[in-house]
Design a protein around this ligand. Structure first.
Ligand code: GLN
Length: 453
């Protein structure tokens, strides 16, 4: 019958993509894929489902099965998506290449003949979309983890405003930065899925409240985009680090926008310069607190030698990168460093928010002074280059690896919505262009992305 052949085709795609690119941490059983719905999707394995383990690609949660499912997962089922499985990631979302996983590296389907990274940490989700296995995939973005893999795999990658999509059932990495995002090849589908998932959730204490949602909707009604937009290019984003291809792509896109009658305006957001340092200070600190719950008592794996304390469990369960981050985070929160590093980072982050508020035409509902600027949206590349070879990435130093998020982290720190859009320069390997809007104004990302099509 038609259904069975649909299932067979889907299974065939999953199996062959898995063999080539190592995309999934678990794949649903054939009988769970019997009735293929209107859309198919994959879910990053740091989001709770009840059908299979939720591992976060960590030894400490190997075989852990959640007793409940995340709000996003329930919503996806409600609107008729067939979930095919869970996708690979960097352990607990810590990484930019998807090389840091107990399941091994995921490879980038844009390069079937080379071993290139898909970007991280939602590398499996981006690869599942890029390989054509699913219509869309869910990822999480704390400091670039949906946008960076979106850019490297040539698909749209959306990080919504902080608090718009529920985090209930999403394993916390850095709770003041974590967002749930969506990856897709098709912009219209991405937009549809976003609107289905966007909504207040009483179970998530950081969910954007119905009152603020109403205020934003009202502002959106009075701030309809004009014919001629003012597009801001922060000078802090024009880095020597940008590859020639990324530079050409950015310039081509600016010419297209100019030719369509829009204005390109150089702007300055000085604290973008410090964003990457501030990001890693805050993210590691929050992680050291969030990951304290993995003690072998309440969740997941427990070391057989762990009799009197849980240090053994944590030493065996966490990978090296996670351990480094936890040590860094604990240090940042210690009396030696709290004021000097952690509070300083919070202060620079707050200033960054104020600087963004001064730029956008659209007001920030959380900014009581309602000070605004005259820019409609911000444009930059998403990453400084296209996807590196896995071996080149492995040979990088830790700070070089951190620098992968240099263009993505600012929007995360300010909680702003951002979308990575594929842009083709001269061959079939696109770069990612990043659109950033004011807090709450996620809708504008889609209209802005259409200007680039
Ligand atoms: N690469 C960044 C990190 O390792 C961002 C990851 C993410 O957004 N989850 O923290």
């Amino acid at each position: 019958s038609a259904t069975t052949s649909k299932t067979a085709r889907l299974l065939e795609k999953i199996t062959s993509a898995q063999a080539k690119y190592n995309i999934f941490t678990s794949i649903r059983k054939t009988d769970q894929l019997r009735d293929v719905g209107t859309t198919t999707a994959a879910i990053k394995d740091n989001i709770c489902t009840i059908e299979e383990p939720t591992t976060s690609a960590s030894g400490i949660l190997k075989n852990y099965i959640s007793p409940f499912e995340a709000t996003v997962v329930t919503k996806m089922k409600q609107f008729g998506t067939t979930i095919v499985g869970k996708t690979n990631l960097d352990e607990f979302g810590m990484g930019s290449a998807n090389t840091n996983s107990i399941f091994g590296t995921t490879y980038n389907p844009l390069f079937p003949n080379e071993k290139r990274i898909p970007g991280g940490s939602s590398g499996g989700s981006a690869a599942a979309v890029a390989a054509g296995v699913v219509d869309y995939a869910i990822g999480t973005d704390t400091g670039g983890s949906v946008r960076v893999p979106g850019a490297f795999c040539g698909v749209y990658g959306l990080k919504p405003s902080y608090g718009r999509i529920s985090r209930w059932g999403v394993l916390a990495y850095a709770q003041s930065l974590d967002t749930v995002g969506v990856l897709a090849k098709d912009l219209d589908l991405l937009e549809k899925v976003y609107y289905k998932l966007d909504g207040y959730d009483i179970k998530d204490p950081t969910s954007l409240s119905p009152e603020y949602r109403k205020q934003i909707t009202k502002l959106q009604e009075t701030h309809k985009d004009k014919e001629n937009l003012r597009i801001g290019i922060p000078e802090e984003f024009i880095l020597d680090l940008l590859s020639d291809k990324v530079k050409s792509g950015l310039i081509q896109s600016l010419i297209k926008l100019l030719e369509a009658g829009h204005e390109i305006v150089p702007i300055s957001i000085p604290n973008i310069r410090y964003a990457i340092y501030v990001y890693f200070t805050i993210a590691s600190s929050e992680a050291s607190s969030n990951l304290a719950r993995y003690d072998g008592i309440r969740y997941g794996v427990r070391s057989s030698e762990d009799i009197n304390n849980y240090a053994k469990t944590r030493t065996e369960g966490f990978g090296k990168i996670v351990q480094d981050r936890l040590i860094l985070g604990n240090y940042n929160l210690s009396s030696d460093s709290f004021e000097k590093n952690f509070l300083k980072a919070i202060q620079v982050r707050n200033e960054l928010r104020v600087q963004f508020n001064k730029v956008f035409k659209f007001p920030n509902v959380f900014n009581s002074s309602r000070e605004v600027g005259d820019i409609d949206f911000i444009l930059s590349p998403t990453t400084t280059s296209t996807a590196p070879l896995a071996e080149d990435f492995e040979n990088q130093t830790i700070p070089e690896g951190y620098a992968m998020d240099i263009l993505a982290a600012p929007a995360s720190l300010a909680g702003l919505p951002a979308l990575s859009v594929p842009w083709y320069v001269d061959d079939d390997i696109p770069i990612g262009l990043q659109i950033v809007s004011q807090y709450g104004n996620d809708a504008q990302l889609f209209t802005a992305a259409r200007l680039l099509r």
